[in-house]
Write a protein that binds this ligand. Structure first.
Ligand SMILES: [Zn+2]
Length: 253
């Protein structure tokens, strides 16, 4: 099959299935300029996995907040970027009813900025929450805060990034699991499906024989289970191709 035929085939599957769910990972945001932490130049490789998992850890945050925030400010607080074509295309597909829900591992807020609500399981790096009174503050407040450890504007308590640190459970666990497992068509975009528990949800979905579509650069842990695997440098091109077929055929639902 050439790539156009694959787009047509995927579009046909999406058009015939109202309960289509998309799962997205870092690959969709690298196109927007966000580094993939687990990629070749990501901090997991450059600093080593042990260092990252011990610093981005809930116990380091609690016991050594200054150490935590020195690291966090250096490596995790990126200058703001705009959503990629993939984010906008997925938002459009959801708005038109082709996709029922988006579950993401990303913490960059780009799906939300592209105009959609998502089920974010690793939190949102644009938001900080007070550990004392649960007041929230945005990333700009923290960026501009005069000290390393940002304090709550209301009560002076320490703010915590609203992202899932090592040692913490994922957010929206049940909703994400139920949404993925009960989907009738699942499209994974930009994830190598190696991070649990999300990878386990996708395995659970696959175990009942439903079709899995994977759009990714490089191999994933579930390639063997995919009905269609699209290997692509840019998921935006693939989503654009699929979306054109959906619109041309008037497959709007
Ligand atoms: Zn507070």
């Amino acid at each position: 099959m050439n790539v156009e035929q694959e787009y047509t085939k995927i579009a046909g599957l999406i058009a015939g299935e109202p309960n289509t769910v998309a799962v997205t990972g870092a690959g969709i945001s690298t196109e927007a300029g966000i580094p993939d932490f687990r990629g070749e130049k990501g901090i997991y490789r450059t600093l080593g996995e042990n260092k990252v998992t011990s610093l981005l850890n809930i116990s380091t945050f609690r016991k050594k907040p200054k150490e935590f925030y020195s690291f966090y400010r250096n490596y995790m607080m990126m200058p703001p970027v705009k959503p990629s074509r993939s984010h906008y295309l997925l938002a459009k597909m959801e708005r038109k009813g082709f996709i029922k829900a988006i579950v993401t591992q990303n913490i960059d807020n780009l799906h939300q900025e592209a105009g959609r609500r998502v089920i974010a399981i690793h939190g949102n790096a644009e938001r900080f929450v007070c550990t004392g009174c649960y007041t929230t503050a945005d990333a700009d407040y923290v960026r501009n805060y005069p000290e390393t450890i940002p304090k709550c504007p209301q009560c002076g308590g320490i703010l915590k990034p609203d992202v899932v640190l090592f040692g913490e459970p994922i957010q929206n666990h049940r909703l994400a699991r139920d949404t993925i497992i009960s989907a009738q068509l699942l499209i994974v975009i930009g994830s190598s499906l190696t991070v649990y528990p999300l990878a386990g949800f996708v395995e659970g979905y696959c175990s009942s024989g439903k079709k899995l579509i994977i759009i990714n650069k490089g191999s994933t842990a579930l390639d063997h289970a995919a009905a269609i695997k699209l290997e692509t440098e840019r998921s935006g091109d693939a989503l654009d191709g699929i979306y054109k077929h959906l619109i041309e055929k008037n497959w709007e639902v």
